[in-house]
Write a protein that binds this ligand. Structure first.
Ligand SMILES: [Zn+2]
Ligand SMILES: [Zn+2]
Length: 636
């Protein structure tokens, strides 16, 4: 056969000379496509660009713009890095080098830890190797041959990998004098690695096992072009500037203290104010939507945690204490007290749904290594609610929660994405119950009109859930809200209601949080706004600044008026230059500076200036109060 026919994604067929590769196909369609092509898909499987096509194949050309491209580019760049390391440090042993969400890494076994200077040298070598435009070629060989080859090269880790793989055949990718065990696919030539940067070095154990060798992990990132790389690096710089731990200190919001304990937040006046604003907001929003505010104790008897299953499944993360020979567990979750409230009366179907809301402070013993500022702590407060309803009501309840999330995230200016996790292999609850809960979650997702993903089999053993990930100003994802159906707790605590037919039935239980942990949410907010909180959230909304001492009596009277009206106001009457006072207020990211000079005293006015330097028209204190009240009301 001199000619083959392949099928393109749009269903069209294309004849090609026998022996043509995916690259040849791209070239036959157009020079632009040939230039943009980096790999391909045959019958749905990713393959190298120079893979030969067979008659009848379904082919897709992967270009730099394809969703699959980034991983191929990054993984290929990790090979390029390994090649550069081997060229500079021939005694280094290579291990693995996957693409990750932020770029790629490669782990090396070396005698001496890499230094930042080494990183520069490696990057320079990578550029040189990229420039020399080496072909990246795939070959297949038997596992036995591959083991012998890598053993000869002294690459013991590769030998171990091949042995563990236990396959008959493995594939090898070779570029210049460097060969690596790999499934592929890869870019066709080293020159296709156009935009990369090595970012950091860390220690990592071989296979994450602390009994095995300590390796050097070099992190880097790569993109299809320089523009995207630069934009990413800029975002990283910006993220560093916005780091909530740094801003938390500069704005005097919170601290951690070794004398107190790791992962335990100490809220300073401005941080506690910010928290209070959020908590007040939450109470109002929940009451508006028919939730009841409840409050449970911090410690509950150990026997209760045994009944709930927490003792059996979650004990390592809990704190316990014994008083008068009675054991207590500090609550890691708020559910139990809420169930006690439910059980305190005989419930009829007419009482349902019940929605119990608590700003519930919980403690969980997270490993020291995972603690991270406000984002991962050991003591935190959730905006936690439990909905108890009849099966018929579940649909509307879940829709209500998603609507709630949508409205609240809109106020903060977050976009979000949703994921549904369905029944895992090991689970409790009847097929009917799973079907009911899963379809309620799915209906609500469809109804929301937003895109969502389904993680098959990823739900908890006790019920399906929706995870909601919000997207911040730097396009980072943060897990905050969750909606979790639960079949165990109503069972374990024998929760019932009397239905219309007089029968006792089990209510459905939903655990849900909207912002999640307030601590974590504040961490996200700080970074999202870079500390420039909108007026309604700003712990200090305005500061009164005098030009000279002459204005102090008038300025003090204005300050008193504002504070009495509920404006969160501060004053700076120090005998300092106005420019200095303004700069300090700007560093504190206070939205409004109210300047008082002789002219303002004469006219009974304040001269507001926004933190970005923009001046507003002078206004009376009363007008400014109304202005702030309006901003707060409209969440500006
Ligand atoms: Zn590879
Ligand atoms: Zn719960």
């Amino acid at each position: 056969m001199n000619e083959i026919k392949v099928t393109l994604p749009d269903g069209s067929q294309r004849p090609l000379p026998a022996g043509s590769s995916i690259f040849d196909l791209a070239a036959s369609i157009g020079a632009g496509l040939a230039k943009a092509a980096i790999a391909g898909k045959i019958d749905g499987n990713l393959v190298d660009l120079n893979t030969k096509l067979t008659d009848g194949a379904r082919v897709e050309i992967i270009t730099e713009k394809s969703p699959e491209a980034l991983e191929i580019i990054r993984h290929s760049t990790s090979h390029l890095m390994a090649q550069a390391v081997k060229a500079l440090f021939p005694q280094a042993k290579v291990t693995i080098g996957p693409a990750i969400e932020t770029g790629f890494y490669y782990d090396f076994d070396v005698d001496h830890p890499f230094t930042p200077e080494d990183l520069e040298k490696i990057e320079a070598k990578m550029r040189e190797l990229a420039k020399s435009d080496l072909k990246i070629e795939r070959s297949e060989l038997s596992s036995a041959e591959a083991i012998e080859l890598f053993r000869k090269m002294g690459e013991d880790y590769k030998v171990e990998l091949i042995e563990d793989l236990g396959a008959d055949k493995v594939s090898l990718y070779t570029q210049g004098d460097f060969a690596d065990l790999c499934r592929g696919p890869h870019l066709p030539k080293t020159s296709y690695c156009k935009a990369f940067k090595l970012t950091s070095i860390a220690g990592a154990y071989w296979r994450g096992d602390e009994k095995r060798a300590m390796l050097q992990r070099v992190y880097g990132t790569a993109f299809a072009d320089k523009k995207e790389l630069d934009a990413y690096l800029e975002r990283i710089e910006e993220a560093k500037k916005r780091d909530h731990r740094k801003l938390g200190k500069e704005l005097d919001l919170f601290s951690f203290n070794d004398e107190v304990g790791a992962g335990l937040v100490i809220w300073h006046p401005k941080g506690a104010m910010l928290r209070t604003i959020l908590e007040d907001f939450e109470r109002k929003e929940h009451l508006k939507r028919g939730y009841d505010i409840v409050l449970g104790p911090q410690i509950l008897k150990t026997e209760l945690w045994q009944r709930s299953g927490h003792y059996e499944n979650y004990r390592e993360n809990m704190y316990f204490t014994t008083v008068d020979e009675q054991g207590y567990g500090v609550k890691p979750m708020n559910c139990l007290a809420h169930m006690m409230i439910y059980r305190s009366q005989l419930r009829s179907y007419r009482d349902l749904p019940l929605r119990y809301f608590e700003l519930g402070t919980v403690h969980r013993h997270e490993r020291a290594g995972v603690l991270h500022g406000l984002l991962r702590v050991r003591g935190f407060t959730q905006d936690d609610a439990h909905i108890l309803c009849t099966p018929d009501q579940l649909d509307a309840e879940i829709k209500g929660v998603i609507q709630f999330v949508t409205e609240v995230m809109g106020i903060f200016g977050f976009e979000f994405e949703m994921e549904l996790s369905t029944r895992p292999e090991k689970s409790i609850g009847s097929d009917d119950a799973w079907e009911l809960a899963t379809s309620a979650l799915l209906n609500a997702l469809k109804d929301s009109g937003r895109p969502y993903e389904i993680n098959e089999g990823d739900g908890a053993f006790y019920g399906p859930k929706i995870d909601i990930k919000l997207r911040d100003a730097l396009d980072r994802r943060w897990q905050c809200a969750t909606i979790q159906c639960d079949f165990t707790l109503p069972e374990r605590f024998d929760l019932t209601y009397v239905d219309a037919d007089g029968e006792k039935k089990r209510p459905v239980m939903v655990h849900r949080v909207i912002l999640g942990a307030i601590e974590r949410f504040i961490g996200v907010l700080i970074e999202h706004f870079a500390g420039n909180f909108p007026t309604w959230l700003a712990p200090v909304q305005a500061t009164v600044l005098t030009v000279t001492d002459n204005q102090i009596p008038y300025a003090q009277a204005a300050f008193d008026k504002l504070r009495a009206a509920g404006v969160r106001v501060q004053k700076d009457f120090r005998n300092e230059k106005l420019g200095f006072k303004i700069r300090e207020a700007q560093l504190q990211k206070i939205p409004y500076m109210l300047v008082v000079g002789d002219k303002e005293v004469e006219g009974g006015l304040l001269a507001p200036r926004f933190r970005d330097g923009k001046n507003l028209d002078a206004m009376t204190p009363e007008q400014f109060i109304a202005f702030i009240e309006n901003e707060v009301k409209t969440y500006k």
